[in-house]
Design a protein around this ligand. Structure first.
Ligand SMILES: [Mg+2]
Length: 287
């Protein structure tokens, strides 16, 4: 176990805070890419609240760690994290989806804390590779973390980026692939099957780690292993559940993009409240 039980509980609560922020935006807009936002909640929680050296205070520092959300449509979870970090006010979350708001349906660099414009899929890994190479050229120890979708792998530009990152031995680059098995059109394996992905990425020269993408300790361990792996980039294939945390939507491709009814919003709120009650009980038990 890489986290103490207290650290793990704290991060579980943070992941729930992020999901709660996502629901807050969904309440405001009633539409958004909720499936991939919820499936990647633990990954962003560990990166932003346990691993990365990045904050509003050091965002201009060249030695900050970088985060690029290659699958830009998962931006609800990024915005949720940026609010928790203090990059944006919580009240801004309530404007999501409104005309001219700070938080559009895909992230851009006008938003405090966002490193790259993404949403046109298949570009985040190339951007991240460039950042990683630049950091190396500048003698910086900072790292670059990227979250990609599994459906996003069908963009051919990713495979150029995989090849280039290995060629340049970018061991300061770590790519998480949020492997929820679904994309907007159905099962990823039916739309474009990239299995066996581990072997393919290893053939491209990457170190590959397979984990449960909702297991906070496994995510921490993967980052630790990646930091100890020299001379090649690391990909973490994180097996996840689409819409994780919303019982009525889990594992359903139809919630890739959710147009939320009043009833579903109420059910989602009840789901998250139940999870908070359970975590509070665990907290009581730990004392
Ligand atoms: Mg997917």
């Amino acid at each position: 176990m890489s986290l103490t039980s207290a650290e793990e509980l704290k991060l579980k609560k943070k992941a729930l805070d992020l999901r709660t922020n996502v629901l807050r935006m969904m309440k405001a807009s009633r539409a958004g890419h909720v499936g991939g936002a919820m499936s990647s909640a633990e990954i962003l929680t560990v990166l932003y609240f346990h691993i990365m050296n990045v904050s509003p205070e050091n965002f201009k520092d060249n030695n900050r760690d970088r985060f690029v959300l290659s699958a830009g449509h998962k931006c609800l979870i990024l915005y949720a994290a940026l609010a928790e970090l203090g990059f944006i006010d919580y009240s801004v979350l309530d404007t999501y989806g409104s005309m001219g708001c700070l938080l559009p349906g895909h992230p851009n660099m006008k938003i405090p804390g966002v490193e790259a414009n993404t949403g046109a899929l298949g570009h985040g890994l190339s951007i991240s590779g460039g950042m990683a190479q630049g950091l190396k050229l500048n003698g910086s120890d900072a790292r670059v973390f990227t979250v990609m979708g599994d459906g996003e792998l069908a963009e051919g530009s990713n495979w150029e980026a995989f090849a280039a990152a290995a060629h340049h031995r970018l061991d300061n680059l770590l790519a998480f692939i949020d492997w929820n098995g679904l994309q907007i059109g159905g099962k990823t394996a039916d739309v474009m099957n990239y299995s066996p992905l581990t072997e393919k990425l290893e053939a491209f020269g990457w170190s590959v780690i397979n984990i449960d993408g909702h297991d906070l300790n496994a995510i921490v361990d993967a980052v630790t292993t990646a930091s100890e792996t020299k001379g090649k980039p690391t990909a973490v294939i994180a097996k996840t559940i689409k819409s994780k945390g919303l019982s009525f939507a889990e594992g359903k491709a139809g919630y890739h993009y959710w147009k939320a009814s009043d009833e579903e919003i109420a059910e989602a709120e009840a789901n998250l409240e139940q999870q908070r009650t359970e975590l509070t009980a665990m907290e009581g038990g730990a004392e």
